[in-house]
Ligand binder design. Structure first.
Ligand SMILES: [Zn+2]
Ligand SMILES: [Zn+2]
Length: 340
């Protein structure tokens, strides 16, 4: 491919700027990348696009390189020179788990993922070779080789190291040069997560960069020590409370996804609904309700001190005429008088 052909391949006029070359290449990659384009020409077209890009970029690099001078200049790169592009390669597919706390998943937002990736060769399924229909030359297809002792007698067998026992000749995989992998890297990728991800969901995202790399995330929500989540986003918390405070309609602190909050107990109720304080109903959607079930706890046995206080409490109760207790006592005394 000549320089003129390279310009034509990228749909550019001769002498296009570095910026124009990059922009054209990115646009064509997004159009012709075999991951996105299923047409049978996609692979060949993609190779020509990358070749043209490399060729033109090499030309520009050569022009931009400073001429040697008598006085060596400081070895710093001029600020306006962009870093050399990475050589074109097929897109990689990074796949990993994404473990989130319930609080993180409820909030969503930006997260930086770091790790190592090995891009497995799919052509040979990571083995580095293909099987040939011919038998292995080393063991003649037997898969094992006789071990001979000192006198030359066969005393046992060992697995053939060339075919690893299957007896078939192996051909080196051309796609990966027998490596079983196409490359490896350490990555650091910033992802923007929607709020309200569910356990077991899969996210398919761009991994950034110019190679069309993809990132597949398997979402896992960590078990929460306090909350339980319903599929519709309703959040539950079961909470023991002091029975005396519950009796007295006191304020208590309850945990929520957004931190601690005050809740007024009401001795007529065990269940409290905090509207819109649950988990997002959908990705980025409004929040479902948060339900707190309280379990008032009383001592199994009252202390002597508590007994005295309870007697004082009971004695302090007023039952004015017309109250249910006053009415009951009136009827009860009447009935008792007739019993003789
Ligand atoms: Zn063999
Ligand atoms: Zn391979």
């Amino acid at each position: 491919m000549g320089t003129d052909d390279a310009y034509a391949e990228l749909g550019l006029a001769a002498g296009a700027t570095d910026h124009e070359i990059k922009a054209a290449w990115r646009r064509l990659v997004s159009q012709w990348h075999p991951d996105r384009n299923s047409s049978p020409q996609a692979v060949a077209r993609m190779q020509r696009i990358n070749l043209a890009f490399e060729l033109l970029r090499q030309g520009i690099e050569a022009e931009a390189r400073p001429q040697p001078k008598a006085e060596p200049a400081p070895a710093s790169r001029p600020a306006h020179t962009p870093p050399p592009p990475e050589p074109p390669r097929p897109a990689w597919h990074i796949e990993r788990k994404l473990k989130l706390s319930l609080e993180q998943a409820a909030a969503g937002g930006r997260m930086v993922l770091r790790g190592r990736h090995v891009e497995r060769c799919e052509a040979c399924e990571g083995l580095g070779y293909r099987h040939s229909p011919r038998p292995c030359e080393h063991c003649h297809g037997a898969g094992r080789i006789g071990q001979r002792n000192w006198f030359g007698w066969v005393t046992g067998f060992e697995t053939c190291g060339h075919c690893e026992g299957d007896g078939l000749a192996r051909l080196e995989c051309e796609a990966c040069n027998g490596q079983g992998e196409l490359g490896r890297c350490r990555y650091e990728i910033a992802v923007d997560l929607p709020s309200g991800l569910r356990h077991g969901e899969e996210l398919n995202l761009s991994a950034g960069g110019t190679h069309g790399d993809r990132l597949k995330l398997h979402v896992m929500l960590r078990e929460h020590p306090l909350f339980r989540l319903d599929p519709d986003g309703t959040l539950h918390c079961e909470m023991p409370v002091d029975g005396f405070l519950w009796m007295a309609n006191r304020w208590i602190e309850v945990p929520t996804l957004g931190g601690m909050q005050q809740l007024r107990l009401d001795r007529r109720h065990l269940r409290y609904r905090l509207r819109g304080q649950g988990y997002p109903k959908t990705h980025g959607g409004p929040r479902a309700h948060y339900i707190v079930d309280v379990k008032p706890l009383f001592p199994a046995q009252f202390t002597r001190e508590q007994e005295k206080l309870i007697e004082r409490l009971a004695a302090s109760q007023q039952h004015p005429p017309g109250s249910p207790m006053h009415e009951w006592r009136r009827r009860f005394e009447g009935w008792k008088g007739k019993q003789g």
